[in-house]
Design a protein around this ligand. Structure first.
Ligand SMILES: Nc1ncnc2c1ncn2[C@@H]1O[C@H](COP(=O)(O)OP(=O)(O)OP(=O)(O)O)[C@@H](O)[C@H]1O
Ligand SMILES: [Mg+2]
Length: 338
């Protein structure tokens, strides 16, 4: 048994490789960007690739390559059931509705007339989102009909940029003010953004659709539950000051008491229905205290989950202590290949 691993900086691959080394699991480094990637995989039983939504090359072909690897009879992480809806909130709307998962009521329009008609009778505020993006960058509150109508005009003309430089700068400034970053950090990261701005330049403006969700008021945090195989772990993300958005705030809570077990159960059940290997869920609670899903994702940041205080199994037993979720991904592959 041999796993082909695509190695990339800042991705899960470092921990996958360390685990393979430690357990003497056979692996080979492959290059998914090479034209002969299919040949490279000929002596492998599986491909593991942590592709990323901010890398324009990955978004061009990762899902297609993974579907092709599966067509070769090989395994993949993520597999297609796990990733076809990644960084695609529109796809997630249909999927979560199709399996009766408790998704926040979500609306999509592909036509300006339909959008205007809906806006006329909708209650505001609503949450507007692009289908792509993370860290709350493409998520905003729309307070009035007028504001919503302005969005229709943009959506069906020039579209929305995927990468908003001003918003990015504002976020950096906030992080410095809250002591979560320093000016050197800003300089380093912004320099990287400007020097490697190919990713932002290559991204197409988002247009031709409008996506809204009901605004679920009164949440001072969102609850992120990540299921990998038959294990789940959790993190709470607090909203930014004077804002409704939690993701990307940099403020976290990890204690077991912070989590409503209904979220963990829903996450396990939904993952089973999707038949996915790994799914991160964002939950908020409605006025009656019911958990609702905002969105899902197979990928997640790495270091912010290291302080997690333990994990649950499917029977809701709790296992306190540290763990490395990326190792569970390799274990899934090994189990599948036996
Ligand atoms: N419908 C909603 N009602 C209330 N709050 C919401 C709603 N949608 C999003 N939020 C808040 O905004 C944040 C960002 O939204 P969402 O998770 O959809 O976007 P994202 O940028 O894809 O995030 P992530 O980094 O988790 O992938 C959430 O963490 C949540 O706090
Ligand atoms: Mg989110």
């Amino acid at each position: 048994m041999k796993i082909g691993i695509h190695e990339s900086k800042g991705s899960f691959s470092k921990r996958w490789i360390a685990y393979c080394e430690r357990l003497s699991i056979q692996y080979k480094i492959v290059d998914c960007y090479a034209s002969d990637i299919v040949q490279q995989l000929s002596d492998c039983d599986a491909l593991m690739w942590h592709f990323h939504q901010e890398n324009y090359r990955d978004t061009l072909f990762a899902k297609q390559l993974i579907a092709s690897v599966e067509a070769m009879g090989k395994k993949a992480f993520p597999d297609i059931r796990t990733c076809w809806h990644f960084d695609d909130k529109v796809g997630q709307k249909y999927l979560l509705e199709a399996i009766n998962a408790p998704l926040v009521p979500t609306y999509i329009f592909y036509d300006s007339r339909d959008a205007y008609n809906w806006i006329k009778q909708a209650e505001f505020p609503k949450v507007f989102k692009l289908k792509v993006g993370a860290g709350s960058t493409n998520v905003r509150l729309v307070k009035s009909e007028k504001e919503a109508r302005r969005l229709v005009k943009i959506a069906f003309s020039n579209g929305f940029p995927v990468f908003d430089r001003w918003n990015n700068l504002r976020e950096r400034y906030r992080k410095v003010k809250e002591g979560k970053d320093d000016f050197m950090g800003i300089l380093k990261k912004d320099l990287v953004v400007f020097l490697s701005s190919q990713d932002s330049k290559m991204g197409h403006p988002q247009k031709g659709y409008l996506y809204f969700q009901d605004f679920i008021e009164g949440n001072d945090s969102d609850t992120r539950i990540i299921v990998i195989g038959d294990k789940a772990f959790a993190m709470k993300r607090l909203v930014r000051k004077g804002d409704f958005r939690a993701s990307g705030s940099g403020n976290f809570k990890y204690e077991k008491e912070e989590f409503d077990e209904r979220c963990i159960k829903i996450a396990f059940e939904t993952t089973e229905k999707i038949k996915a290997q790994c799914v991160a869920y964002d939950f908020v609670f409605d006025q009656s205290g019911n958990p609702l899903i905002l969105e899902i994702s197979y990928g997640f940041k790495i270091k912010v989950y290291d302080p997690c205080t333990g994990y649950w199994d499917k029977d809701m037993n709790w296992y306190p202590g540290n763990f490395i979720p990326q190792e569970w991904m390799v274990e899934l592959m090994v189990k599948n290949l036996k």
